[in-house]
Design a protein around this ligand. Structure first.
Ligand code: S3P
Length: 432
């Protein structure tokens, strides 16, 4: 896909449903009693992987497009899948499902694509094993494929080295089935969608600072889940609206849970005009419309507790920093190296190819903004967030930017290019 400089971006965008919340709604609905109705379920490849894994374990899931009905089997009602469970590209599917499978009365194998077979799974193998789970990396690499032989579990108090909602959620889900309470403490708070939704489904879960505590459950109960728009998808429009001159974009009904909304703070810290309108709370999750206007941006420092609240938005923020005056420092973000690609390496390589002044660090990047960028051939590394980042960056660069593997946006935002095209006032400045 090829991109050139764009005129102002004007209009409204409705991004698809939140990926993290969509995954959880099918998983928790599958192990609940009764029917869970999910509105605005994300129809991206990752969330379809979650549906197909639970269907393979005997759950009746009716996917009617933006509405999904899950006829739950109860906590112990899953059945043994007759083939390996394919998580595709989805770390959330693999890690959260491991917590559930650790307690079932069957053995299952979890696998996925080439990217996920390189991502670290010891971070869930370790705490789940401490709970008594029999879980192993089949090739001994600490990565998928994983074999999980379910059985009885003991509650633990676990202190995680990383602030990871996937680790926290895997342990809490196992804790639903364990003997005694389970507590997970993180170095700083990661997204809390599991805690909110588990409570919505009747679980006894509470939070004390950066510690989440769950008691074993007799049953969960299916419920209505209204999925808000995904702030990680909205991020491309938020930044595009700030970066492309003469733009004004209204992004409708986006989740603004504080454990996810760090990008809004960073945009404001950089001088971005960002307003929240029509605030609302649904299924325990806050949402709002986000209005952005072209802004004159300056550099900032992004670090510490803020990092988990914008971890998936950092590629887009790093690219935006190239258009901000002065220096932007991103630190404490070593987790970027173990996402769908090594996002420090891939961002530095691609931004440098466009003429940016950017250096890699062990735990982040340093960007000296203000230099004009030129088009280049971009390797997306088949990472959806990299492809979307460079589609937007290409709209602000001189000449042509070609994103290789652009179709990988299908993982989280199948209609991304259509939605971007719709707000281009001067006609589309890209082609396939
Ligand atoms: C997610 C948590 C984050 C995030 C991922 C989705 C989740 O990963 O990067 O895209 O839904 O729990 P980590 O838990 O590994 O930080």
């Amino acid at each position: 896909m090829k991109f050139t400089r764009s005129g102002g971006l004007l209009g409204e965008v409705t991004v698809p449903g939140d990926k993290s919340i969509s995954h959880r709604s099918v998983m928790f609905g599958s192990i609940a009693k009764g029917t869970t109705e999910i509105r605005r379920y994300l129809q991206g490849a990752d969330c379809l992987s979650t549906i197909s894994c639970f269907q393979k374990m005997g759950v009746d899931i009716e996917n009617r497009g933006d509405r999904v009905l899950v006829r739950g089997k109860g906590l112990k009602g899953l059945s043994c899948p007759d083939t390996a469970l394919d998580c595709g590209n989805s770390g959330t599917t693999m890690r959260l499902m491991s917590g559930i499978l650790a307690a079932q009365n069957f053995t299952a194998v979890l696998t996925g694509d080439a990217s996920i077979q390189k991502r670290p799974m010891n971070r869930i193998i370790e705490p789940l094993s401490l709970m008594g789970a029999r879980i192993k990396s089949l090739d001994g690499s600490g990565c998928a494929p994983l074999e999980i032989a379910g059985g009885p579990l003991e509650g633990i108090r676990y202190t995680s080295k990383v602030a990871s909602a996937q680790v926290k959620s895997a342990v809490l889900l196992a804790g639903l089935y364990a003997h005694g309470q389970t507590a997970v403490t993180e170095p700083c708070l990661s997204r809390n969608h599991s805690e909110i939704m588990l409570k919505h489904f009747g679980a006894d879960v509470r939070t004390e600072g950066t510690c989440a505590i769950i008691s074993p459950a007799e049953e969960l109960y299916g419920n209505l889940v209204n999925v808000p728009g995904d702030i990680s998808s909205a991020a491309y429009f938020i930044c595009a609206g700030l970066m492309v001159p003469n733009s004004q974009i209204l992004i409708k009904n986006v989740g603004i849970n504080p454990t996810r909304a760090g990008i809004l703070k960073v945009c404001r810290d950089m001088g971005g005009q960002v307003e929240l309108l029509n605030r609302d709370i649904s299924s325990g999750e806050p949402a709002a419309d986000i209005l952005v206007r072209s802004s004159s941006l300056h550099g900032t420092v992004i670090e510490g507790d803020l990092i988990p609240t914008l971890i998936d938005e950092l590629p887009m923020i790093a690219a935006m920093a190239c258009f901000a005056e002065g220096k932007t420092v991103i630190r404490d973000a070593a987790e970027l190296k173990v996402k769908e690609s090594n996002r420090i390496e891939v961002m530095v390589q691609n931004l440098s190819a466009m003429g940016a002044d950017v250096e890699a660090a062990e735990d982040g990047m340093v960007i000296h903004g203000g230099r004009p960028l030129h088009g280049a051939v971009i390797d997306s590394a088949l990472d959806h967030r990299i492809a979307m980042t460079f589609a937007v960056t290409g709209l602000c660069a001189e000449g042509e930017t070609q994103v290789m593997g652009a179709e990988c946006v299908n993982i989280s935002y199948p209609d991304f290019y259509r939605d971007l095209r719709r707000i281009m006032t001067a006609g589309p400045s890209f082609s396939s």
